[in-house]
Ligand binder design. Structure first.
Ligand code: HEC
Ligand code: HEC
Length: 311
């Protein structure tokens, strides 16, 4: 194609794309998506939810601790936030009971977006497009409750179930390979993983203690901070394991970079944390996994990755 023709071809294509984008009416979910990636929700308009929850890594971050406004470092690892629809608690200590409740917490958190709800509301109300979108969708001016509703609706669209594991369970082609099938057996039996990571998203939505609190080098008291109940000392929300292959580093403190290290930890936890307090009896003895069993277990965890993140 000559250059002139190419130019007009490009213009025509752009025109078609633009008219399409105007054809699809805005929804609460698309508004939520836009807000999720918009730094307008942070004090100095530099950080969005998507700055820490990166879409390419199942909406998690790749460092142990993410940076918020002004480069402040957070205190816990940024979790992936796929498959949140069925969760009963949010955050490692469960301090939010619903997604709607959860949303304004990072917005206001001094280490994250550090913005006052009134500031956000004023900014959105002044913004020509947001003001119109809120009116269209909610017949109301922007307010933090509606922001939470919209972002929560978007997060509920991040459900994933297109994995080798799901295909295997339904007897479809392209399911798990032999190593992952063996790994699943270890996950259910010898590894005892299934005792805590059950349900279709591989979490029981409970708080458990895998021994990452000892009051010395490991200081995060987890669920105890919410309940003040000594029985909760060192308990953390059991994370779901869908897409876990792409959400490292792992654990509330991001102490493990790879799944191999996590498996090594469960096999011989004493090697990693001395004198854990309140550790669950399921971790009382080394699992005694062989090299081959560890590798199979890893293959199973990798088979829980949605196709959109599989290489
Ligand atoms: C500065 C980084 C950062 C920003 C910005 C951020 N988050 Fe997070 N997010 C985290 C961290 C760290 C955690 C875990 C905190 C904890 O458990 O105490 C988390 C946890 C969550 C969870 C809970 C996941 C679970 O399994 O319980 C959700 C949902 C979430 N964030 C959504 C959002 C939304 C929505 C926004 C924007 C309004 C946002 N985050 C902004 C770092 C961030
Ligand atoms: C006693 C309950 C329990 C058992 C048994 C258990 N887990 Fe966990 N798992 C947890 C809890 C709680 C966490 C979060 C701990 C933290 O962040 O401090 C976790 C975290 C993880 C993570 C990190 C997820 C992330 O996003 O950071 C992986 C991977 C994992 N477990 C896999 C396994 C495997 C594989 C097994 C079996 C070998 C297993 N778990 C056995 C409760 C358990």
């Amino acid at each position: 194609m000559k250059q002139g023709k190419l130019f007009w071809f490009a213009i025509a294509t752009l025109g078609i794309l633009l008219s399409f984008s105007q054809l699809s009416p805005p929804t609460v979910e698309t508004l939520g998506e836009r807000l999720f990636f918009d730094p307008i929700l942070s004090e100095d308009s530099t950080i969005s939810c998507g700055s820490c929850h990166l879409p390419a890594f199942a909406f998690s971050d790749t460092t142990p601790f993410s940076k918020g406004v002004g480069g402040r470092l957070g205190r816990r690892n940024t979790q992936g936030i796929t498959n949140m629809s069925s969760r009963e608690h949010f955050f490692f200590d469960g301090r939010a009971a619903t997604l709607e409740q959860q949303i304004m917490m990072p917005v206001q958190d001094s280490l994250e977006m550090r913005a006052h709800p009134a500031l956000i509301e004023a900014r959105l109300a002044r913004h020509p497009e947001y003001a119109v979108l809120f009116q269209q969708l909610f017949q109301a001016p922007p307010n933090s409750e509606l922001v939470s509703q919209a972002i929560a609706a978007y997060i509920r669209t991040l459900e994933t179930s297109n994995t080798p594991f799901d295909r295997y369970m339904k007897g479809k082609p392209n399911g798990m390979d032999a190593a992952a099938v063996r790994g699943r057996r270890i996950f259910m039996n010898k590894g005892k993983c299934f005792d805590c990571h059950f349900t279709p998203d591989f979490t029981g939505d409970e708080f458990r203690n895998v021994g990452l609190y000892n009051g010395v080098e490991f200081q995060d008291k987890g669920r105890y901070n919410q309940t003040n109940d000594l029985a909760d000392l060192g308990k953390f929300k059991v994370p779901g394991l869908r897409n876990v292959a792409v959400t490292g580093p792992y654990m509330h403190n991001g102490m493990f970079k790879t799944l191999e290290q996590v498996i090594e930890f469960y096999d011989t936890p004493d090697q990693f944390v001395k004198n854990p307090i309140n550790r669950d009896t399921l971790l009382a003895r080394p699992l005694g996994l062989s090299v081959a069993e560890k590798s199979d277990l890893k293959a199973f965890l990798e088979a829980l990755t949605d196709d959109r993140w599989r290489k």
